[in-house]
Design a protein around this ligand. Structure first.
Ligand SMILES: [Zn+2]
Ligand SMILES: [Zn+2]
Length: 141
C-alpha cells in the first residue's frame, strides 16, 4: 500500500515525504469522512512535530491533485475529506454527523431541471440525504 501511495503521489507531482504519506494513509483508512483535525490527531501519534496547518494544506493539495475528495454537510463550515473520488452521494446523521457513502447509480443520473434553461452552465449537483442513524434514532434526544 505504501509503494502504491508513493507512485501515486509522484505521478501527481507531489514529493512523497513521510508526512505526506502518513496523511494519505490516515485518510485512506478512514471511513468516516474526517475533518482535517481528526487526520491531524491520527498522524500526530507518529509524527509528533506535524502541525494542523501542514495537515490541512496537504489535504488541500491532495484534493487539487484529484487524489481525494471533500464534502461539506449540514451547513458545516469546515470541509471533511473523502478517500473516495468516484462520483457518489452521502447520507448524514443529523445528531452524530456521521456521513455514509451512497453509490446508488440513479442518483448520479438526475436530469437537469428545465427551469434552469440556458441560465447556467451546469458543472454538477449534490444529493444529500439526512436523518438519524440507527444508534441516534434509538437514543433519547
Ligand atoms: Zn447518528
Ligand atoms: Zn463519500
Amino acid at each position: 500500500m505504501i509503494n502504491a501511495a508513493i507512485t501515486l503521489l509522484r505521478k501527481k507531482g507531489l514529493k512523497p515525504t513521510q508526512q505526506r504519506l502518513a496523511i494519505y494513509q490516515a485518510l485512506m483508512t478512514s471511513r468516516d469522512h474526517p475533518h482535517a483535525q481528526k487526520i491531524y490527531r491520527k498522524v500526530r501519534k507518529k509524527h509528533v512535530t506535524i502541525s494542523l496547518n501542514t495537515v490541512y494544506n496537504t489535504l488541500e493539495a491532495f484534493k487539487r491533485a484529484g487524489l481525494i475528495g471533500s464534502v461539506k454537510v449540514l451547513h458545516d463550515e469546515s470541509a471533511r475529506y473523502d478517500p473516495t473520488v468516484d462520483p457518489h452521494n452521502h447520507i448524514v446523521c443529523m445528531k452524530c454527523k456521521k456521513v455514509t457513502d451512497l453509490f446508488e447509480k440513479k442518483l448520479l443520473r438526475i436530469p437537469t431541471p428545465s427551469e434552469i434553461g440556458g441560465e447556467f452552465k451546469i458543472m454538477g449537483y449534490r444529493v444529500e440525504f439526512f436523518g438519524y442513524c440507527r444508534v441516534c434514532a434509538g437514543a433519547s434526544p
